[in-house]
Design a protein around this ligand. Sequence first.
Ligand code: HEC
Ligand code: HEC
Ligand code: HEC
Ligand code: HEC
Ligand code: HEC
Length: 238
Amino acid sequence: MQEFHFPTWVNKFTLLVIGTGLAVAGYLATCLFAATHPEIINVGHRPKQPVPFSHKLHAGQLKMDCRYCHNTVERAGHAAVPPAATCGNCHGGNRTTGEFVDGAWQAGRDLGVVHPEKSTLEPIRLSLETDKSVLWERVHDLPDFVYFNHSVHIARGVSCVSCHGRIDQMEVVEQVKTLSMKWCLECHRNPVPHIRDPQMVTQLDMTWESPEVEEAYHKEWAEKLGVNPNVNCSTCHR
Ligand code: HEC
Ligand code: HEC
Ligand code: HEC
Ligand code: HEC
Ligand code: HEC
């Protein structure tokens, strides 16, 4: 009986199979890398800022309301990052008399000028003198082809905490959600668990007695506000 030999073209074929296999594996690995790499989906993105500003101190310990600094969040699409003048209320040359009680400014106790000499606050002092803005690095940034609007969400009782997490506990702001289309749609399809009294959107530490009480609370506010988000493409791509 004659021995069976593979014809010589099979060698080339084997190489081709191995080559293609490697190429496919490489492609998949690249996709996986792109899909999970924090630089690309940006979860955990926390750029270095020109001033080591701490939300944990100002919003957490000092209990300053988010809107004291991000004062356009209820009215505009963008939640403006505050100008140096806002910081200057306490860190500038003028004495400030007052304190925050439950997030609201109460005149009275003399806070004095806080750290007028600290080197960490040099960019703020420089900005107050020259009128040039402090160059804060952006943390969250959607692609330009997506339309997003803060005020709509705030008016419908979606809390900052649903999208930004416990900012009041962060020393350095960090992106905690993917901001992907899937993430937006998940809530637009099932918004009720996120809806609360619009007055309470900046109370990031809000708690309820039990899960049942919480569920009933969200349902009540969703009905009261008539919340019904759109999922049409043109809602976010216009
Ligand atoms: C004393 C002023 C002040 C208060 C109060 C404050 N912030 Fe900020 N916030 C800033 C400044 C300054 C920045 C830019 C520097 C940084 O990212 O830390 C910022 C950045 C942010 C960012 C990231 C913006 C980006 O580039 O994507 C978010 C989100 C944010 N703040 C949410 C909140 C929330 C929620 C609260 C209330 C719990 C709050 N802030 C209270 C001053 C403030
Ligand atoms: C209502 C008053 C108030 C406002 C407004 C305010 N701060 Fe402060 N800030 C404080 C207080 C109080 C401290 C803590 C002082 C301490 O305990 O050492 C502080 C501490 C700091 C420190 C730490 C300084 C250090 O090196 O120890 C930085 C940095 C700072 N603030 C930046 C900012 C920036 C930037 C803004 C504006 C976006 C701002 N603050 C707005 C009251 C304020
Ligand atoms: C429904 C989700 C959602 C809620 C609720 C929300 N944010 Fe945002 N926030 C975002 C997204 C998404 C971006 C990025 C927007 C962009 O790139 O155009 C952002 C960006 C920001 C920025 C950077 C400036 C800007 O507008 O791009 C700040 C500051 C901020 N948010 C503060 C707040 C504060 C304070 C609250 C609560 C009062 C809040 N956000 C509530 C999703 C949300
Ligand atoms: C945690 C829940 C939640 C998340 C996350 C969320 N949304 Fe919304 N969105 C809502 C609610 C609630 C409304 C208000 C619906 C209404 O008016 O009844 C809304 C309304 C909107 C509107 C206004 C629609 C209109 O009819 O004018 C736009 C635009 C929008 N969202 C875009 C986005 C984008 C883009 C993202 C993701 C980056 C996002 N949303 C993430 C809950 C959410
Ligand atoms: C609630 C808001 C929202 C709605 C509704 C929405 N999109 Fe998007 N879409 C987004 C966001 C946010 C991104 C950016 C995602 C990112 O950067 O990863 C996006 C990205 C995209 C992209 C770019 C590719 C990708 O996946 O990143 C395409 C294409 C797209 N959307 C098509 C659509 C179509 C078609 C519809 C209607 C069936 C639709 N979108 C509805 C928010 C939305």
